[in-house]
Ligand binder design. Sequence first.
Ligand code: 5GP
Ligand code: MG
Length: 185
Amino acid sequence: MHQDIERVLFSEDAIRARTRALGEAIAKAHPEGDLVLVALLKGSVLFYADLIRAIDRQIGVEFAWASSYGDGTSSSGTVELKVFPDEDLRGKTVVVVDDILDTGRTLASVKARLLAEHPDAEVRTCVLLDKRARRAVELDADYVGFEVEDVFVVGYGLDFAGRYRNLPYIGVLKPHCYEGGEEGD
Ligand code: 5GP
Ligand code: MG
């Protein structure tokens, strides 16, 4: 285990099994029609890569970048949306994939933007982690990997100040590691 990690919340094996089940559930729920999976950069990349391999059907792969700026380990509520799919999403089912649902502002903004630009798309959301205790807007993800307690987690795509994204598991950072830093996206 990395020296900055206090405890592991979700092991590689647990993440693998849960991600596979989510991919299978998505494929089963959307057996027909055009299906596009949109990865929210950067945090969802590891989860996304594993998730789409568990979806046994034709899909479209797209990327978006939503950044919420804040101090240290909490987001400010200002969400900047940087990149959006250029693919025509009309009439398609779009599943937006993120690492963690926290206040809900990021996913709510992305969802609203996608629906504004592609009114007849069917927009769904999929997150690996759901931190329900911190929700500030009314939003539930359609597909959730794990519920997580109100602690700041890193690994498997989740960063602190750009670090720890490549840890293969998800863990709680030792408190002394986030004094004075900035979180990423
Ligand atoms: P929301 O808009 O739902 O408040 O924020 C979602 C984003 O906040 C996530 O995509 C992630 O970048 C960041 N975030 C929220 N909670 C955590 C956490 O515990 N650890 C890390 N590394 N990022 C988090
Ligand atoms: Mg993020």
